[in-house]
Design a protein around this ligand. Structure first.
Ligand code: NAP
Length: 269
């Protein structure tokens, strides 16, 4: 089996990454930075975003697994002390990676600008904000005008991204088995003149949402990557055809992760 590692840039993650590579190669796995079967992210959920974007052109072939060097993550469930067990699983199941994966939906973004059309995938979400003023944009759903938005911005998330920025916007937490995307407002203006729906909305697969910003300087984020941009004509958002594959050598139930991340403390068990 070919593997590659992506580590967060801190001393603990980088040294764990070196130790992982040494042990994995000694166990017979092959380090490959171009066409790996499995990419091991070592750090946090943010590190998995980096790993995903580096290998997003290999999604039909490459699966991902995360080791966390801080707190338990949504994409990173293996502890550093469990690396020997993880390598053993990788060796044992190396000829059958596909049957050991779960698949999560992704966000498909088509950007039409004055000069070109670009397609991008997001693992967590995409946001659009005014760079130096309120975002003014028309929102259309399935080609019908839905609302005229004014506010700080809009966040469109995947189910697995629903626990990230979307949650800070009071969006719903969505189980990644649901093929859907969620549109959440970032500080919309609502008064006698301006009106938006005011609630996060969830779109199923095969629906699409278009955002048509007024000509203005914008900040577009795709997961951890922020692009200043000022020539977007329209942005079309939908559930992607491609999915991301995560290796599951043991159960990692979504609601357990939600509880551990947001509820569990020593007084509430
Ligand atoms: P960051 O600002 O350094 O960290 C953002 C935090 O979000 C980290 O604690 C990260 O976990 C966590 N996170 C990432 N994906 C998650 C997920 N799917 N579920 C729950 N938590 C998640 O930025 P970053 O590490 O480069 O990550 C970029 C992400 O930050 C964006 O995709 C966006 O979701 C999030 N973000 C959130 C807000 C907000 O909540 N107000 C604002 C901007 C961006 P780790 O510590 O394990 O890496």
């Amino acid at each position: 089996m070919r593997f590659f590692t992506v580590a967060r840039h801190d001393a603990a993650s980088e040294s764990l990454c070196a130790a992982f590579c040494t042990a994995a190669v000694a166990a017979g796995l092959v380090l490959d930075d171009t066409y790996p079967d499995v990419v091991v992210s070592i750090g946090g959920d943010g590190t998995m975003l980096h790993a995903f974007h580096r290998f997003q052109n290999n999604l039909s072939h490459t699966a991902f697994v995360g080791v966390h060097t801080g707190h338990l993550g949504f994409y990173a469930d293996w502890k550093p002390s469990e690396i020997p067990a993880l390598i053993t699983h990788m060796v044992t199941a190396q000829h059958d990676v596909a049957s050991r994966t779960v698949q999560y939906p992704l966000l498909h973004i088509v950007l039409h600008t004055h000069t070109d059309t670009r397609t991008v995938l997001a693992l967590n979400e995409c946001t659009i904000k005014g760079a130096d003023a309120t975002l003014v944009a028309d929102v259309r759903i399935n080609d019908s005008v839905f609302e005229h938005f004014r506010g700080d911005g809009l966040c469109i998330s995947t189910p697995s991204g629903s626990t990230a920025y979307n949650k800070s916007l009071s969006g719903a937490l969505v189980h990644p088995a649901l093929e859907a995307i969620q549109l959440a407002e970032i500080a919309s203006i609502n008064n006698r003149v301006f009106r938006t729906i005011g609630s996060p909305i969830v779109l199923p697969k095969h629906h699409h949402c278009d955002i048509l910003p007024k000509k203005q300087r914008l900040l577009l984020s795709i997961d951890h990557i922020v692009h200043p941009i000022d020539d977007i004509l329209t942005m079309r958002l939908s559930v992607a055809e491609q999915k991301v594959h995560f290796v599951r050598y043991r159960p990692f139930p979504f609601w357990d992760r939600v509880r551990e991340a947001f509820l569990q403390d020593e007084h509430f068990t």
